[in-house]
Design a protein around this ligand. Structure first.
Ligand SMILES: Cc1cc2nc3c(=O)[nH]c(=O)nc-3n(C[C@H](O)[C@H](O)[C@H](O)COP(=O)(O)OP(=O)(O)OC[C@H]3O[C@@H](n4cnc5c(N)ncnc54)[C@H](O)[C@@H]3O)c2cc1C
Length: 372
């Protein structure tokens, strides 16, 4: 039986970030994943977007998480000698005058010194980017928009593959599906995983939405949401960046794709059924949204779906198990896994190895406040 300090279950964005945080501290681990291709992390477009939603709000925890995210992925690029991280300004187009007015009220130009204003490029920059672009004649931009200079993108499939290759070169990966009810046994201070012949001091559960079936984590208030994403072909669009306008469109790069006319379009939110099966209604929602701001014909060449693991209050869920203290968890990354995983992984690993505190707001076993 092999002895390791830490076992990580799940090689999505959460488990992969934990593994890198351990490597960065010189610690060993064994990472176990069942090796399917349909996880939320595998199909995510990898967008990191500072201002989101119909109300143009700043992404939760942006300042804390963004301050480490670039350094984190760049270091992974250096170690693996692969490219998967890009800081790339993205553009948000307003869909109506009403939306534009809402934005102007939230970000009045006379408060341009505020933090949120640093996340929104100047009006002049937006206009000149649009004018100089090769794609502006193919989009409806009559209500204007704004630029997000700090937006970024992780080619998630490439990042996961490069990480897996690196972990395999360290002999730290097992491909297996672990049944949490029968294959995890506590043996004094240690945990036994007999099916993979491993004994460890601690486990970090990073199973995404499957944590809902893990008896060791019962109850956990995850509210998973299925998301659909299309791959479309739009000859002649020549879009070189991410555009948001009710939905988003992003050049399909990485993952072995080498066709400049392909784009990803996403994504939808559905709370039932949660089956990871692409949904006809989502196809029509995304197609209609795309038609509302792109005036070129398109062909849908692929349609995929996966289940995002989201916390009930849209914040991550992490920390230590109160009675089984060698169990740890990182989950609930919701729609922001790329931005939040490195920050949360650092916090969790610092708690695990150096007893540093975890923000109680993120405690994995927090529950909804009941009305008094
Ligand atoms: C359509 C769509 C688009 C998205 N776009 C973006 C985006 O642009 N930007 C962004 O930041 N986020 C995006 N997300 C969200 C992002 O994908 C999630 O935040 C993130 O992937 C969650 O990662 P995770 O590691 O917690 O879970 P998962 O990705 O679900 O990974 C869990 C892993 O655990 C493994 N596993 C589970 N149980 C077991 C077991 N018992 N034994 C062995 N292995 C097990 C699974 O096989 C899987 O590999 C998107 C999600 C969807 C669905």
């Amino acid at each position: 039986m092999r002895d390791v300090e830490t076992v990580i279950i799940g090689q999505g964005l959460a488990g992969t970030a934990i593994a890198w945080s351990l490597i960065n501290r010189g610690r060993e681990f064994a990472l176990i994943d069942e090796g399917g291709l349909g996880s939320s992390s595998r199909i995510a477009a990898g967008l990191v977007t500072p201002i989101t939603g119909a109300r143009h709000v700043e992404t939760w925890a942006w300042d804390k998480a963004f301050s480490i995210v670039s350094q984190f992925y760049q270091k992974c690029e250096q170690v693996t000698q692969r490219n998967f991280w890009k800081i790339e300004p993205s553009i948000r187009l307003f869909a109506s005058q009403e939306e534009r007015d809402r934005f102007d009220i939230r970000y009045p130009s006379d408060h341009s010194g505020s933090y949120s204003h640093a996340l929104i490029g100047s009006k002049n920059r937006f206009e000149s980017e649009l004018e100089q672009s090769r794609w502006s004649s193919a989009v409806h931009a009559s209500y204007g928009g704004f630029i997000m200079p700090q937006a970024a993108r992780l080619l998630t499939a490439d990042f996961l593959k490069a990480s897996l290759d690196h972990f395999e070169s360290m002999n730290s990966v097992s491909t297996a599906s672990i049944d949490m009810s029968t294959e995890v046994a506590i043996d004094g201070e240690m945990i036994l995983l007999e099916s993979v012949d491993i004994r460890c001091k601690q486990i970090v559960f990073c199973e995404g939405h499957r944590a809902l079936q893990n008896p060791w984590l019962n109850p956990i208030e995850l509210v998973p949401a299925q998301g659909d994403i299309l791959t479309v072909r739009i000859p002649g669009l020549k879009l070189d960046r991410v555009l948001h306008a009710g939905c988003w469109i992003a050049p399909a790069i990485g993952d072995g794709i080498n066709d400049e006319s392909l784009y990803y379009v996403g994504s939808t939110y559905r709370w039932a059924p949660l089956n990871g099966v692409p949904n006809e209604e989502s196809l029509s929602i995304l197609s209609d949204k795309l038609r509302s701001f792109i005036n070129l014909p398109f062909e849908v060449v692929d349609h995929r779906a996966a289940i995002r693991p989201a916390g009930f209050d849209h914040k991550p869920l992490l920390g230590n198990h109160p009675s089984n203290t060698n169990f740890w968890i990182l989950n609930g990354l919701g729609a922001k896994g790329v931005l939040l995983a490195p920050w949360c992984a650092e916090m969790l690993v610092n708690a695990m190895l150096f007893q540093k505190p975890i923000d109680m707001e993120l405690a994995w076993n927090r529950t909804r406040k009941k009305p008094v």
